[in-house]
Design a binder for this molecule. Sequence first.
Ligand code: NAP
Length: 265
Amino acid sequence: MGILSGKRALIVGVATDRSIAWGIAQAMHAQGAELAFTYGHEKLKDRVEPLAASVGSQIVLPLDVTVDAQIDAVFAELTSRWGHFDILVHAVAFAPREALAGDFVESTSREAFRIAHDVSSYSLTALSRAAAPLMAGRAGAILTLSYLGAVRSIPAYNVMGLAKASLEANVRFLAADLGPKGIRVNAISAGPVKTLAAAGIAGFRKMLAQVAQTAPLRRNVSLEDIGNAAAFLCSDMGGGITGEILYVDNGFSHVGMSFPPATEG
Ligand code: NAP
């Protein structure tokens, strides 16, 4: 019996087997959860379906989070297939590529700002609104993914840092609103992981190297690290935790200064 036995989870944000959402799906499956998936655009359908099948899921639905009609369709389908469910994982973010390179001031257009906030933050509000009725009377849990750029400036992360700051505020407001209905809302602020979305950030490999050299645990996080933390937070073992931003980053965010190995000693 896993800590998620008897629970049903909708996973939004699997693009590949390197996606953080896939790490979370695997951990939740290992802990006994029944899963449903969405894919962001048609080209990903053929990639997500076999991944879903490998964890015993037959529910794979299209969902562009910027389209309200698609959100309605996903939850209508879940209502007819499941009736109710327990866990929503939101692992979605996007900003135009040109906004994730160079100086923040120069690269942040009004349109890039709008898109980044719509896809990466507003979508959590929209999905939570649609999910809440299906979580009624259950110990519901909503989880999203943030990054240190929400609270510190990070080279090239630019407008996505602002969108993550909005996302983290979103978590707190949703937690306050949905708490009386028994629904918890949390975020994991994950250390950098090489995924499709991360590949769009200029200099991402340098970020990985910096963390491996200077984080207290001297390594980058794995999908398993993030997945296990997600499974715990969304299980009844995390039942007293809501509105929280949990750092799963090998301690990187807690260090004010650290010397790379070559200069240590
Ligand atoms: P990923 O595998 O590329 O996943 C990003 C997902 O966002 C994809 O499934 C993508 O689907 C989806 N997406 C983008 N626009 C969408 C839209 N309009 N509608 C529906 N889905 C959309 O990258 P990831 O790194 O795992 O990202 C997952 C989450 O983790 C993001 O919130 C990211 O900011 C966060 N995070 C990542 C890192 C890291 O270093 N990788 C660190 C901390 C936090 P499509 O490709 O179909 O659009």
